[in-house]
Design a protein around this ligand. Structure first.
Ligand SMILES: C[S@@+](CC[C@H](N)C(=O)[O-])C[C@H]1O[C@@H](n2cnc3c(N)ncnc32)[C@H](O)[C@@H]1O
Length: 468
């Protein structure tokens, strides 16, 4: 019988949804992070449950052909990347297969997944960075969290982020030393600095220091250090967050240096990014994804587009150009303000209405009203990882909208929501169940992955549904 702490040798036969190697032993499915199919490995069991076991690879005895040397010094320790040891082409294949498996296992749907759209950059592609600051062995350290934990792995650089990452980290290390800044301690809920976040907008950076309730000392010197080392323009915000929670930002932002926001341009549309606006993390893939969404929506001057979960409104504006009109729905007030301004500066104000609030509250009525007017509707959904609320799904089903384009950053919640929309799944008493005999409400005309997050297990997917 398989036992915790015992060591075994086995051959990996499959890959799990989190990018880990999988093998079967003793009637259990054993998950082995950083293992690849075909590899013979020596591993140690860390945890056993009734159906599964979790282990750690101690030695790869026969490496797979597609195994490569990871670029990062803390790969396998830091929780950011899961696939740096796998050749990029194989990462794409793995993600395509994972989407197919999710649809099949979760929603009983056989789908044809198109080849994943590659990222132009396999490394250095991220335009945003989030660095927790804490105490490691009695010393203030900047780093990333280890997988599924709040243990900080100190870093000096990160290869999936651009060159400015190294500069930012070294500037903050100097500042921390010079002013004896104390990192946040979760247990005592104390310290001077909780997180550093950075957003890059066309070479300019918005840097935010998340603190408990006091502005840290030496901010003027920090600005000097950053000014002497950074190439582009930058802004510095302090965010006050005194809550014991995993939510990064509190409500209160104070701009201490630079511009409050920056203007960027894509598809000939100017857009504004502020400290709280949502940004897709990979510019190159974001543009490829938006143009695919635009082609799938295929709006004409009779089409009304509803862009649900619309962020700072770039996609809404892009979709409105060829349409009769467009609506955006977004929960974050600042993003909605930016979206309104975006419409204004691009001369699209008469075509776009941006609602601020929850899709679950706004979408059902909006669809009803547009249906009553007889509008030709196309709905774009781009929810966060948890997917759409059931009220949203219900209102879409009742409305019988002809075309839906769903953009998702999590294949499992995507499969669930598509199953509910198509009819292979239904929700009864709060439980989601598979339906055996059903007449599909929608046909899946496109399932296309976009590799927004190379080296990680994550993938963005665009699905187009047309009414049967
Ligand atoms: C994945 S992002 C997509 C943003 C946008 N479509 C884009 O491409 O930049 C999801 C957005 O949904 C917003 N959001 C989250 N929950 C929401 C809700 N219940 N109702 C409306 N918006 C929500 C988030 O603030 C975020 O801007």
């Amino acid at each position: 019988m398989i036992r915790k702490n015992d060591e075994y040798i086995g051959v990996i036969t499959d890959m799990g949804s989190e990018g880990e190697g999988v093998l079967k032993f003793d009637n259990l499915v054993v998950f082995l992070p950083f293992g690849l199919v075909g590899e013979k490995v020596r591993y140690k069991i860390l945890k056993v449950s009734s159906k599964f076991a979790y282990g750690k690879i101690l030695e790869v005895l026969t490496p797979a052909e597609n195994r490569i040397r990871p670029k990062c010094a803390v790969f396998e320790k830091c929780g950011g990347c899961q696939l740096q040891h796998l050749r990029y082409q194989n990462q794409l294949k793995l993600k395509e297969e994972n989407i197919e498996k999710c649809f099949s296992k979760i929603a009983d749907l056989k789908v044809e997944v198109k080849p994943a759209v590659k990222s132009g950059l396999e490394f250095g592609y991220r335009n945003k960075l989030q660095l927790p600051v804490g105490i490691v062995n009695g010393k203030t350290e900047i780093g990333f969290y280890a997988e599924n934990s709040h243990r900080i792995i100190p870093i000096d650089d990160c290869p999936i982020n651009p060159d400015w990452t190294k500069t930012i980290i070294s500037c903050f290390k100097k500042y921390i030393l010079d002013f004896n800044i104390v990192g946040y301690d979760e247990i005592t809920h104390s310290g001077d600095l909780r997180e550093i976040t950075v957003k890059e907008i066309e070479g300019n950076l918005i840097i935010t220091l998340v603190v408990l309730d006091k502005k840290p000392k030496g901010i003027d010197s920090l600005i000097e250090i950053l000014s002497s080392k950074l190439k582009g323009e930058f802004s510095l915000y302090i965010n006050y967050n005194s809550k014991k929670s995993n939510v990064i930002y509190g409500n209160d932002f104070e701009l201490v240096y630079g511009k409050p926001h920056y203007i960027a341009e894509a598809f000939g549309i100017k857009y504004k990014i502020g400290v709280r606006s949502f940004m897709q993390v990979n510019n190159d893939v974001c543009l490829k994804l938006y143009s695919t969404v635009r082609d799938l929506v295929d709006a004409d001057l009779h089409t009304t587009v509803v862009d649900a979960y619309s962020g700072a409104g770039l996609m809404t504006a892009l979709l409105s150009v060829k349409a009769k009109n467009a609506y955006g729905i977004e929960i974050i007030e600042e993003a909605v303000k930016n979206a309104n301004e975006l419409a204004l500066i691009n001369g699209l104000s008469d075509k776009i209405v941006n609602y601020c609030g929850k899709c679950e509250d706004i979408l059902p009525n909006l669809i009803k009203e547009e249906r009553a007017k007889g509008s030709k509707l196309c709905l774009v959904l781009d929810p966060p990882r948890k997917g759409c609320d059931l009220t949203v799904i219900d209102s879409i089903i009742k409305s019988g909208i002809e075309k839906i384009v769903y953009v998702s950053c999590k294949p499992s919640t995507l499969a669930r929501d598509i199953g509910l929309l198509v009819g292979s799944l239904k929700c009864e008493d709060g439980q989601i169940r598979k339906v055996k005999d059903y007449t599909p409400r929608y046909e899946l005309t496109c399932v296309k992955p976009f590799d927004m997050f190379p080296q990680t297990k994550h993938i963005e997917t665009v699905v187009c549904l047309t009414r049967k």
